[in-house]
Write a protein that binds this ligand. Structure first.
Ligand SMILES: Nc1ncnc2c1ncn2[C@@H]1O[C@H](COP(=O)(O)OP(=O)(O)OP(=O)(O)O)[C@@H](O)[C@H]1O
Ligand SMILES: [Mg+2]
Length: 358
C-alpha cells in the first residue's frame, strides 16, 4: 500500500501542491518555515483525520481560507483508490472511492500512517492518554472487532456515569453489567496486542540504547490487578456516586514506561526519550506489517535531529530496509544517508511550493 499521488490545498502555507510520489522513499528538504512539516501533516490528516501538531482545525487551515483539502491515490492490492479529506473549522468530510459521507475509521483503514516527529516527546512526558492512543491505534488496525467493542464500552461508560450523577439508580446495575462485559473485551484485545508489540519494541530498544538500557514497558488494565472489575465496581460504588464518574476501567489503562522503578519522564535524557519513542513507533510499524502483510506509511519529521551518530545510523538502516512508503523531511539533502540521496525521490520546499529536484 502506498500513495501514488498527493494533492494539498489550503493547508498552512501550502496553497496548492500536486505531487507524484515514489512508492518507497520521498524526501522533502528546504529552509525553516518552508512548509516541510506541513506536507507530512497533510498526509497524517488523511490517515488520522486530525493533525499531529494541533487539535484546532482553524490553525491547520490556511489563513484567509475556510477549508483545507487533501487528496491522494492509494495503491493497494485491489488497485487504485482515490481518498480525500476536507476540513473546515468545525466539520470534517471524508471521501473513499466514489463514496462520500463515510466514516473516518474507514479512511484510517485505507491509509494507515505513523509519524515520528519532535513533538512526540509528549508520548513519554504527558499522562497516559497518548500512550493509550498509541496502543489503541495498533489494536484498531489488527483486531477489526475492536472498534465496535470500544464503542460499546464508551457508550456503557457514558450511561453509567450519567446514572451515577442521577438521583435514581435503578438502572445502574444493568449498565454496570454491560460496562464490565465490554471492558473485559477491550482489555483482552489490548493485552494481547501489547504482548505482541513488546518483544518488537524491546529488540529495537536494545539496538538503539544497548542491551543494558534498563527500561521496562508494562501494560496496566486500568483497575487493580488483584481484584476483578466486578469486585472493584462494587467496592467503589459509593465513591463513584460521590464523584459522579466511574473511577476504574479501560478508560484508565496505562502503558507504564519506567527505568529502575522511576517513571521514564523523570529519568531519561531528551535524546534517550527520542530513542524510546522511535523504538515504540518503529515496533508498531513492524507489528502492523507482520499482522496485516502490508506496511503502514511512515512519516519522519526532522530525520536524525537530536540523535547521536550510532542511533542515527540505526534509524537510517531501519528505514532503508523498511518495506513500506516513507516520507522524511530534512533541512538539506546532505543530512540524508548517501544511498537515499541517490535512490529517493527528492522534493525541494520553498515558501509553500513543493517541486521535485532534478
Ligand atoms: N494557518 C496558516 N496559514 C498560513 N500559513 C501558516 C499557517 N500556519 C502556519 N503557517 C506558516 O507555514 C509555514 C510552514 O511551516 P512548517 O512547520 O511546515 O515549516 P518547516 O519547513 O517544517 O520548517 P522547520 O524546518 O522550521 O521545521 C510557517 O512559515 C508558518 O508560519
Ligand atoms: Mg518542520
Amino acid at each position: 500500500m502506498y500513495l501514488d499521488s498527493l494533492s494539498i490545498q489550503g493547508l498552512r502555507c501550502l496553497e496548492r501542491v500536486e505531487l507524484s510520489l515514489d512508492s518507497k522513499r520521498n524526501v522533502f528538504v528546504g529552509d525553516n518555515g518552508a512548509g516541510k512539516t506541513s506536507v507530512l501533516e497533510a498526509i497524517y490528516l488523511l490517515g488520522r483525520g486530525h493533525s499531529f501538531r494541533t487539535a484546532n482545525s482553524r490553525r491547520l487551515i490556511q489563513d484567509e481560507r475556510d477549508q483545507c483539502v487533501v487528496r491522494a491515490q492509494v495503491q493497494n492490492e485491489h488497485g487504485r483508490l482515490p481518498v480525500g479529506i476536507l476540513k473546515t473549522a468545525d466539520a470534517t468530510r471524508v471521501k473513499l472511492g466514489q463514496d462520500t459521507g463515510i466514516k473516518l475509521s474507514d479512511l484510517a483503514r485505507a491509509c494507515p500512517v505513523l509519524v515520528l516527529e519532535p513533538g512526540q516527546h509528549r508520548l513519554v512526558e504527558d499522562g497516559p492518554v497518548l500512550r493509550r492512543r498509541f496502543l489503541d491505534w495498533s489494536v484498531f488496525h489488527v483486531e477489526h472487532a475492536y472498534h465496535d467493542e470500544w464503542r460499546r464500552f464508551s457508550r456503557a461508560l457514558k450511561q453509567r456515569n450519567a446514572l451515577l450523577r442521577a438521583t435514581q439508580h435503578s438502572m445502574l446495575a444493568s449498565w454496570t453489567h454491560e460496562l464490565i462485559a465490554a471492558a473485559l473485551k477491550v482489555d483482552q484485545f489490548r493485552r494481547q496486542v501489547f504482548e505482541e508489540l513488546l518483544p518488537l519494541i524491546n529488540t529495537l530498544l536494545a539496538r538503539f540504547l544497548g542491551d543494558d538500557h534498563g527500561l521496562r514497558i508494562q501494560y496496566r488494565s486500568g483497575w487493580l490487578a488483584d481484584s476483578s472489575l466486578e469486585e472493584q465496581y462494587a467496592k467503589q460504588l459509593s465513591q463513584d456516586i460521590e464523584r459522579g464518574f466511574t473511577q476504574s476501567g479501560p478508560h484508565r489503562a496505562e502503558i507504564r514506561v519506567s527505568v529502575e522503578r522511576h517513571a521514564a519522564r523523570d529519568s531519561l535524557s531528551r535524546g534517550q526519550q527520542k530513542l524510546l519513542i522511535t523504538a515504540m513507533l518503529l515496533g508498531q510499524a513492524q507489528h502492523f506489517a507482520l499482522r496485516n502483510h502490508v506496511a503502514p506509511i511512515l512519516l519522519i519529521d526532522d530525520l536524525g535531529s537530536e540523535l547521536g551518530l550510532k542511533a542515527r545510523e540505526t534509524l537510517y538502516g531501519f528505514i532503508t530496509e523498511y518495506s513500506g512508503q516513507v516520507f522524511v523531511t530534512a533541512l538539506d539533502s546532505s543530512q540524508m544517508p548517501g544511498n537515499w540521496q541517490r535512490d529517493a525521490k527528492m522534493f525541494h520546499v520553498k515558501h509553500g511550493a513543493v517541486e521535485p529536484m532534478v
